[in-house]
Design a protein around this ligand. Structure first.
Ligand code: NAD
Ligand code: MG
Length: 385
């Protein structure tokens, strides 16, 4: 039996993780759960999985949560509670499925306690990849990629010598606006941007997929997970989302990983790693009805966020943290209908231009860069209105 905790259990990845747990009865014990504010779902999950510990970040819900649960469950609140869940001594694996930089400290806490991480929360590697990967190495912790592309690469790279890798090729669905002409980008609404053609996901990553910032963040994530230089990581649009990524080897061979586009597959791979298990969730790819697999170059003019991410990681130091925070903040403004879709890359680029880079930042300095970038976004916004 493997003991797991889930940071962000009420989100899209959290719920899919519990779906895998349900499919393999008796294989997993849920030790801890956490949510930001979705109290109703969190209570339901606690009653079903009877974790040892649970936390709600929004403290106004603490009493409701406490009253709804049996005494045996330890109930925490606030960000401190996240650390308790992440680093519970019974955990074998903590699934980092919070969205955004809010997942940084609890994930560090788990790593420092030697607990393996199932990593969905890509923003924390974008923000602090150098520190997180060093810390994981020092504590002998595995960072197991949940993100479908990285899980695909992880599978393709299994047992391969790093020297034989020529290039990592991340596939991208292209999002909802792949075929929208550039002149219509000005009219994109929030509802249209949330309508992803292939994946059902949380709001922030859905917008990131629509701008293709998601793929940019994933380039940075792959750079840190697999220690491959960014210039050896490319992005290719593959609208069918059957191939989840590929590795190009020096001898001219390519390995690609495929499955039906559903996050339960990479999650199951991580939960059982290093074993491969027969799955009750198995779904066949009907290749004949898929018919053909298509590929194209990403259009940088329509999706400048992808290029901004490359630029940020090439500069390094505090810049990726600034990119990430500016993106989180502009996406929030867009979701609140305060700015247009096309304003997202313009504001992020403006904030990156203004940023005074700090070399070799520690975690606190990265956090300060994050706070600075959020303020800078809001200053840009104030000037716009
Ligand atoms: P989501 O919005 O559906 O869920 C986020 C979860 O985090 C929720 O449980 C929420 O309560 C919690 N949360 C939000 N803000 C928080 C905060 N400030 N403090 C503590 N908890 C907070 O998001 P998601 O789609 O599940 O994505 C989670 C992460 O996984 C993201 O980093 C995303 O990029 C990554 N990811 C998601 C998918 C997917 O298919 N959804 C695929 C690959 C990677
Ligand atoms: Mg992905």
């Amino acid at each position: 039996m493997k003991n797991i905790s889930i940071l962000g259990s009420t989100g899209s990845i959290g719920v899919s993780t519990l779906k895998v747990v349900d499919a393999f009865s008796g294989e997993f014990r849920v030790i801890g759960l956490s949510a930001h504010s979705n109290i109703d779902l969190l209570i339901k999950q606690c009653i079903k999985y009877k974790p040892k510990i649970v936390t709600i970040v929004d403290e106004t819900h603490y009493q409701t949560l406490k009253n709804a649960l049996p005494h045996e469950i330890e109930v925490c609140a606030g960000t401190g509670g996240l650390n308790e869940v992440a680093a519970h001594p019974d955990n074998d694996l903590t699934i980092a499925a919070i969205v955004g930089s809010a997942g940084l400290y609890p994930t560090i806490e788990a790593i420092e306690c030697g607990i393996d991480i199932g990593l969905a929360n890509k923003e924390i590697l974008v923000m602090a990849g150098s520190i997180i990967t060093k810390l994981a190495k020092k504590n002998n912790v595995s960072l197991l990629p949940v993100d479908s592309e990285h899980n695909a690469l992880f599978q393709c790279l299994n047992g391969e010598d790093k020297k034989s890798v020529r290039r990592l090729m991340l596939t991208a669905s292209g999002g909802p606006f792949l075929n929208l002409p550039a002149e219509d980008f000005n009219k994109i609404t929030v509802a249209q941007a949330l309508e992803h053609p292939k994946w059902s996901m949380g709001k922030k990553i859905s917008i990131d997929s629509a701008t293709m910032m998601n793929k940019g963040l994933e380039v940075i994530e792959a750079h840190w997970l697999f220690s491959v230089p960014v210039d050896d990581i490319s992005v290719i649009v593959h609208p069918e989302s059957i191939i989840h990524s590929m590795v190009e080897f020096v001898d001219g061979s390519y390995l690609a990983q495929m499955n039906v586009p559903d996050m339960v597959f990479p999650i199951q791979h991580v939960l059982f790693h290093p074993e491969r298990r027969q799955s009750p969730l198995f779904r066949e790819i009907d290749f004949c009805s898929v018919g053909s697999l298509n590929f194209q170059k990403p259009d940088i003019n329509k999706f400048p966020c992808l290029e901004l991410a490359y630029e940020a990681v090439r500069i390094g130091h505090t810049m990726p943290a600034v990119l990430n925070a500016a993106n989180e903040e502009t996406v929030m403004l867009f979701l609140n209908d305060a700015i247009k879709f096309v304003d997202i890359p313009c504001i992020i680029s403006g904030v990156m231009d203004q940023h005074k880079i700090l070399l070799n930042p520690n975690i606190e300095e990265l956090k300060q860069a994050d706070v600075w970038a959020r303020q800078a976004v809001n200053e840009h916004y104030t000037k716009m209105v």
